[in-house]
Design a protein around this ligand. Structure first.
Ligand SMILES: Cc1ncc(COP(=O)(O)O)c(C=O)c1O
Length: 401
């Protein structure tokens, strides 16, 4: 295990504290949500100094769009978690992804994308990047496949580990070595790890993007994204793109995310513990063909998870021999798992995975070629409810089918 969870938990409680009033020596524990459109300067000298610092690339707010203290506190928290120099906020995880790809890709460039990434990245390429002359290939996350798709104009390797839907662990350090040897910038979606149980920047990745909508916010009541840069040399491109795109985040949402993040560790540990119990239960059911959860010792990614991750969370997938109709009946029979697409909140959720989306994943195709026969795949987010109640809910729903 590579990260000291104790240190992270301490950091989560102390980053972004409210300053004390220098006259009275008192202040609130929780930093308020500082909402503004306009920054006021004490004098022209202060104005000039602020502008100069901003032009030199420092995080100095001269206008409300980049956000003031609340935003800065959350950026600092995400930098601490991920081990980065600077963080840039975006109104959603997807907005952080699109902002980052636009910062480092130009007309004529090509990017390699591992085929288990969050699905809408494909839509972003199809409807926006392709129109702007950026090519992208979605390939199996192994070096032979990447090498075969490499072009002279390839600039970026974009990956996600564990991958979306089937939680496929990637050998990120090996992929990074391969990419850096070829001069590529490596960007990783770290929504799963959220800087707490997995830290791609420590594995060599250059930029980590994440949806704070999920575990960081943790309460299913906000949308927020962040892109975290490891090295100073990559800050400028993202800083300029972030500013130029003009997408800003309301202080109230950032404040909620900051509040949620204080309990990130407790929530992730509890969800991960409950999910492991759900895996054990599921694996004993005759209708279950396969459970996908890297912290589970029978998952093929378990070795990489042991090497590179320091914990887990509540997200898992299960392949069933139920056909679509039976799977729909199962989902409808669940009482505690709400039907919904998101994850990372306090509550348990279930969704039926679209077979066409699954077929885009080489991992799924290779499992099917290897003999895995499943009629349907469910994704479960196992939440903070009592684990015994969740198991009972699953038991009665399976019995109903
Ligand atoms: C792995 C992953 N990355 C990014 C996103 C996008 O986040 P948002 O919904 O905040 O745009 C999601 C959302 O489901 C996700 O699962």
């Amino acid at each position: 295990m590579s990260i000291s969870a104790d240190r992270v938990d301490t950091v989560l409680q102390h980053v972004g504290q409210a300053p004390l009033n220098p006259v009275t020596g008192t202040g609130p524990v929780s930093l308020p949500a500082v909402r503004t459109s306009t920054v006021r300067f004490a004098s022209m000298k202060a104005h000039d100094q602020a502008q100069m610092a901003r032009h030199a690339g420092h995080r100095v707010a001269t206008y409300g769009r980049v956000g003031l203290d609340t935003h800065e506190a959350f950026e600092a928290l995400v930098c601490e978690l991920e081990g980065g120099q600077r963080a840039f906020l975006a109104p959603s995880g997807m907005a952080a992804i699109s902002m980052t790809l636009m910062a480092y890709l130009s007309a004529g460039d090509h990017a390699l994308v591992t085929d288990s990434v969050y699905g809408p990245v494909r839509a972003f390429h199809k409807s926006v990047l392709a129109r702007m002359g950026v090519a992208m290939d979605f390939v199996a996350p192994d070096i032979d496949s990447l090498q075969a798709a490499l072009r002279p104009e390839t600039r970026v390797l974009y990956l996600e580990s564990p991958g979306s839907l089937l939680m496929q662990m990637l050998d990120v350090p090996a992929l990074v070595r391969w990419a850096h040897d070829r001069g590529l910038l490596v960007v990783a979606d770290n929504t799963w790890g959220s800087g707490y149980v997995y830290r791609p920047l420590a594995l060599g990745v250059d930029i980590s993007v994440l949806a704070a909508t999920k575990y960081l916010g943790g309460h299913s009541d906000l949308m927020l994204g962040a892109a975290v840069v490891r090295d100073a040399q990559h800050v400028r491109a993202l800083s300029d793109t972030h500013y130029a795109l003009g997408s800003t985040v309301g202080a109230d949402d950032v404040w909620l995310a900051l509040r949620g993040a204080r309990t990130l560790g407790l929530r992730m540990q509890a969800c991960g513990d409950h999910a492991l119990q759900v895996c054990e239960w599921l694996s004993a059911q005759p209708s279950v063909r396969r459970v996908f959860f890297p912290a589970w010792p029978h998952d093929p990614g378990h070795g990489l998870w042991q090497r590179d991750a320091s914990g887990s969370n509540g997200l898992l997938a299960v392949a069933l021999d139920f056909d679509r109709h039976q799977a729909r009946r199962l989902v409808d029979a669940l009482r505690l798992f709400g039907i919904g697409y998101s994850w990372g909140g306090y509550e348990s959720l279930v969704s039926l995975v679209d077979p066409e989306t699954l077929a885009q994943h080489s991992y799924w195709r290779s499992l099917s070629a290897g003999g895995l026969q499943a009629g349907s795949v469910l994704r479960l987010h196992v939440g903070l409810e009592d684990a015994a109640d969740l198991l009972q809910d699953l038991e009665s729903a399976f019995a109903a089918v």
